[in-house]
Design a protein around this ligand. Structure first.
Ligand code: 3PG
Length: 210
């Protein structure tokens, strides 16, 4: 699992976190990000059309790695497996999710913000985490502190990350990649400005690469 997650995260320093409002936007939006060089995408279950959107993206862009995000329960985890998720992302953790994730063929990146949550995940065998909400939970300083007791944990921080502060996170040994919604601004999506989104993706992909 750790290896699977590492190989996904190695493909991208930046993972767009996406909430699809209109199902028709799903494929052109995902394609713009992919063509811009961001090949790992997190589609959140925050909108009604999310599952349908993920199905369409998987069909149209089988080469992209698709994370299904905002998974709150094992039932949603199963739905994500059914639509072909490559990995699961959760904003926080529950015992039920930790337990279910261990048995699932699809690896989970559990969301944590504290050492206690990390320790619980650690007991279940998790070594890769989402750090959320990163900026509000202490940011780079918190991650540096986590490395004291748990030096082998690796993170994808999200929440308040953008072009200006991504570098500070990526400079840490414990950070595999960062995620955020800044790559899909509402104004560009509503205007169906896919070339603008491709441009933003390209900027991020060129600036940050492994
Ligand atoms: C997430 O779930 O990762 C966040 O909603 C992304 O946070 P951001 O909108 O601050 O980038």
């Amino acid at each position: 699992r750790t290896t699977e997650l590492d190989s996904i995260c190695l493909k991208a320093e930046v993972i767009p976190v996406i909430a699809i409002q209109r199902v028709e936007d799903a494929v052109p939006l995902a394609r713009a990000l992919y063509d811009g060089g961001l090949t790992v995408l997190e589609i959140t279950l925050r909108t009604d059309c999310a599952l349908e959107a993920i199905k369409r993206i998987n069909e149209a862009l089988p080469q992209a790695s698709i994370g299904v995000g905002t998974v709150l329960t094992p039932a949603q985890y199963r739905q994500a497996e059914e639509v072909g998720a490559d990995f699961i992302v959760t904003p926080g953790t529950t015992e039920a999710l930790y337990r279910y994730g261990v048995t699932s063929p699809v690896p989970m990146l559990p969301g944590v913000a504290t050492v206690s949550e990390l320790m619980t995940g650690w007991q279940y065998g998790y070594r890769r985490f989402k750090f959320f909400p990163a900026e509000a939970s202490g940011g780079v300083k918190a991650l540096k502190a986590f490395a004291g007791p748990l030096p082998d944990a690796r993170f994808c921080p999200t929440g308040g990350i953008n072009l200006d502060n991504a570098e500070d996170y990526l400079a840490l040994k414990s950070v595999m990649c960062v995620g955020g919604s800044w790559l899909t601004p509402k104004s560009l999506v509503e205007a169906e400005d896919w070339s603008g989104i491709r441009q933003l993706a390209r900027e991020a992909a060129t600036r940050f690469h492994h």
